[in-house]
Design a protein around this ligand. Structure first.
Ligand SMILES: *Cc1c(COP(=O)(O)O)cnc(C)c1O
Length: 329
């Protein structure tokens, strides 16, 4: 039995069902008329902690043995993965340490503290924080839950695919935000297992798309990290990638890249037409449809992966039509 195949995803669903929200799948009338086929939004922006990452983190925490639970968890993420790990640990009564550099802004530090995680300030860079994580794993036996390249994490994210297949068995296309590929690998495994005719397409930004570059190269490659509105999609896939590279290579039908303006348009549409506050990474599926960058042939599901965006940035985008990427051009 494979932990990242359909059976592993079904076991993950049983494990996490009482801990995460079953998020709504809602018809978008605007996108449906734009595309000439029914388009549904899978609103993981309504998930507890504001992103789908809670599914994978919760499945990973619930899969730990008693000893590992007693020693606790550690992560260096201050973004959606860090929130998810802190929340999942608290829900199970497992201690969690979040290592961050002295340069992390106070509001982010407080947000992590509010989730009852211990904050450890180390050094002046993300690399320093990551080194402290590795030290705590080595010397104190804490468990680090990786953000994407981990079987239990992938299976947890895959539960979104099961919900889509249950709610809309006529789905022909699923659009998935793509960074390290935990979400895409899990969802594609579930969708291809349950709805073999359906296509699954990954969506990334033009600025620093690590999985796209790696798929083209035929192996994991490093990419330069660039500032982007889809900040949750930044970062590499790991040169020692174990699972997500092969799964994305074998299961995704295509990968589409978007400009910063297109992503901004997705955020604006989500707010103005759908009434949803969505972060850049969460808006890329909507943006790809608006930009006509995917070929829609039938009922389509867009995974809206998260809502955690800086309020001021969001306001700028939805009111003035400007976007942060413009500074770089
Ligand atoms: C992490 C994240 C993604 C990308 O997930 P991967 O598993 O790394 O591909 C997409 N959207 C949001 C909001 C995220 O937090």
């Amino acid at each position: 039995m494979s932990a990242v195949g359909l059976d592993g995803i079904m076991r993950a669903q049983e494990r996490i069902v009482d801990r995460v929200r079953r998020t709504p799948l809602t018809l978008s009338s605007g996108l449906s008329s734009h595309c000439g086929a029914p388009v549904y939004l899978k609103l993981e922006s309504h998930q507890l902690t504001g992103s789908f990452k809670l599914r994978g983190a919760t499945n990973a925490v619930l899969s730990l043995n008693t000893e590992a639970r007693q020693r606790g968890l550690v992560t260096a993420s201050t973004g959606n993965h860090g929130r998810a790990v802190a929340h999942a640990a608290k829900a199970e009564g497992v201690p969690a340490v979040v290592c961050m550099s002295a340069l992390v802004p106070t509001n982010k530090v407080e947000a992590v503290r509010a989730l009852a995680a211990e904050v450890r300030i180390v050094g002046r860079s993300q690399d320093d924080a990551q080194e402290e994580v590795e030290r705590l794993v080595r010397e104190e036996g804490l468990t680090a839950i990786p953000p994407f390249d981990h079987a239990d994490v992938i299976a947890g994210q895959g539960t979104i695919g099961l919900e889509i297949a249950d709610d809309r068995p006529d789905t022909e296309l699923v659009l998935v935000p793509l960074s390290g590929g935990g979400l895409a690998a899990g969802v594609a495994s579930a969708i291809k297992g349950r709805l073999p005719q359906a296509r699954v397409i990954g969506i990334s930004m033009e600025r620093g798309a690590a999985m796209y570059a790696s798929l083209r190269a035929g192996k994991p490659v490093p990419v330069e990290e660039l500032e982007t509105l889809a900040d949750s999609l930044g970062g590499g896939i790991g040169l020692e990638n174990r699972y997500t590279f092969a799964l994305c290579r074998d299961l995704l039908d295509d990968v589409v890249l978007l400009s910063e303006d297109e992503i901004a348009e997705g955020i604006r549409h989500a707010f103005a037409a759908e009434g949803e506050t969505v972060e850049g990474a969460g808006a890329v599926g909507i943006a790809a449809l608006l930009a006509k960058k995917v070929d829609v042939r039938g009922p389509t599901v867009v995974i809206v992966s998260g809502r955690n965006i800086d309020e001021i940035l969001h306001q700028q985008i939805v009111t003035t039509g400007s976007n942060a990427g413009e500074r770089d051009r």
